[in-house]
Design a binder for this molecule. Structure first.
Ligand code: ADP
Ligand code: MG
Ligand code: ZN
Length: 496
């Protein structure tokens, strides 16, 4: 405010003096100085307070949050305590003071807290646990006090009768007290928070509700979870397929996407992605479209964006033509095995180096499976070994590029043994002799390797041809690969 005034008056005076022919330089310098100081002061004001309030322009509504239907419903139910406070009071119900949102990063906990403020027409102030931790004892505690004071002040100022205080990463200050690494500063901060919460009254105006978020609920001090504190816990988990689709729809609302883009397919292919990763995915896709000067975001932009979010930016690595050819053969081995074991499972094949990988076959994940059968585990082993087996088939030798694959395959073999699905029958995994286990894993891997060779050998000529195309085109969609794969299969039938 002051800043704009100084600037406005300053410019007016300068222009006027300049018009009169007065030397304006000293004036300009003075105004510049004043302006600089005001910026600094304003900055310090917010930094030292160490917390933020929500501007009206960035209000979040529950409709902007995708998936999380259960969490949203539970939270809204809890918030009705705030919305119908008279009824609650007349029934003598103890008010809700704290809600704890738990779940992995990027699932929308902060969004939920903001939406809660909008839903209940409360002011919103927030701080993160790590902001309370300073070298000087007592600073954290006084910041907590300030935060609550600010919440009450803002509510009064804006004429609202409730406030939501959001504390992110509460585990930083709310870890178990006196648990060996008992740090006085953390203890004082936590105590102050508990004091604030205990002091809150149903009758007080404004009513303050604390919402905290953590992905480490297991390390929280039990004192925080007692009745009258954070006695409501709401899980905010990674979204399932429907949830991912919903989030993708929300995140692409304001983006021009091409007609053939199938968000449902993308939701299917992004198993394990958090809301934040999906947001980043849509953003990356838009950037890729921009780079190509396209007006709409196309399927292949989304595809590359998924790879990027999973594996990182394309690296500057420039493999030699021979290496590229080998990588292409290797990846096609994985892809053929994948499609043979589980039709429809190849989502994208690429030989553009990203992160640590020189190439990559992205699979459509199993739909949220919790149990695997022996067949499925063996199938996954084949897919893992098929890269090296394809290299062997085409070049007669292997490279160092398959060490991860081998590790994955032996982990799968180990699972097979310890779950009683191997030739050893039911075993007691804990008392199994290491040498016996190793021997059985080796036996399984050798057997699966043989079966993978049998699987790939009919495709020798096909791999030779297709690998050249892959080197030229750098990547290939699951659909084009499947088209090729079907032709190969009918070709083989005709020969037989
Ligand atoms: P958290 O607090 O759980 O770490 P955030 O709420 O900060 O996650 O989410 C970060 C960003 O990710 C949000 O600003 C939003 O763009 C996106 N996002 C995360 N979860 C969702 C969701 N469920 N629906 C829509 N967008 C989401
Ligand atoms: Mg957050
Ligand atoms: Zn591989």
């Amino acid at each position: 405010m002051i800043r704009e005034a100084i600037l406005g008056i300053g410019i007016a005076v300068t222009v006027f003096c300049g018009y009169l022919g007065v030397n304006v330089l000293p004036f300009t310098l003075l105004i510049g100085l004043l302006f600089g100081i005001s910026v600094l002061v304003e900055k310090r004001g917010t930094v030292s307070a160490g917390h933020r309030e929500q501007a009206a322009s960035q209000q979040v509504e529950f409709d902007n949050i995708g998936g999380q239907e259960t969490a949203k419903r539970e939270l809204m139910e809890a918030l009705d305590f705030l919305r119908h406070r008279d009824k609650i009071r007349s029934l003598g119900i103890r008010p809700l003071k704290g809600i704890l949102l738990t779940g992995p990063p990027g699932t929308g906990k902060t969004l939920m807290a903001k939406a809660a403020a909008t839903y209940t027409d409360s002011v919103f102030v927030s701080a993160s646990g790590s902001e309370f931790v300073e070298m000087y004892v007592g600073v954290g505690a006084s910041r907590v006090r300030e935060l609550f004071k600010k919440a009450r002040y803002l509510a009064k100022k804006e004429g609202k009768d409730s406030a939501i205080v959001f504390i992110d990463e509460i585990d930083v200050i709310g870890g178990k007290r006196g648990g060996g690494q008992g740090h006085q500063e953390y203890d004082q901060t936590l105590n102050q928070l508990l004091t604030e919460m205990d002091g809150m009254q149903t009758t007080s105006n404004p009513l303050v509700l604390v919402i905290a978020a953590t992905n480490r609920v297991d390390i929280l001090d039990p004192a925080l979870l007692r009745p009258g504190r954070f006695d409501r816990q709401i899980k905010v988990d990674l979204p399932d397929k429907e949830g991912r689709l919903h989030i993708l729809r929300i995140q692409t609302r304001s983006k021009p996407i091409a007609d053939d883009v199938d968000l449902e397919m993308i939701a299917k292919e992004t198993y394990g992605f958090s809301g934040a990763q999906l947001e980043s995915l849509t953003n990356e896709a838009a950037i890729l479209a921009l780079r190509e000067d396209k007006t709409k975001i196309e399927t292949r932009h989304f595809r590359d964006a998924v790879d990027k979010v999973l594996l990182g930016e394309k690296t500057g690595k420039r493999p030699s033509p021979e290496e590229l050819h080998r990588v292409a053969v290797h990846e096609l081995g994985h892809a053929i095995a994948s499609e043979a074991v589980r039709p429809g499972s190849v989502a994208h094949i690429t030989i553009a180096p990203r992160g640590n990988a020189l190439g990559f076959v992205r699979q459509v994940p199993h739909h949220d499976a919790y149990l695997y059968t022996k067949d499925q585990l063996e199938g996954q082993m084949k897919v893992a070994l098929a890269g090296a087996v394809a290299e062997e088939l085409i070049f007669g030798n292997r490279s160092t590029g398959a060490s991860n694959d081998f590790q994955q395959a032996s982990n799968l073999a180990r699972t097979l043994v310890t779950c009683g699905l191997s030739g050893l029958g039911i075993v007691d995994a804990e008392n199994l002799q290491q040498s016996v286990l190793d021997e059985e894993i080796r036996r399984i891997l050798a057997e699966i390797e043989k079966r993978t060779q049998e699987l790939l050998s009919p495709y020798k000529t096909g791999i030779e041809q297709l690998s050249k195309r892959l080197v030229e085109e750098e990547s290939m969609s699951g659909e084009s690969f499947r088209e090729w794969f079907k032709q190969q299969q009918t070709g083989q039938l005709a020969l037989a």
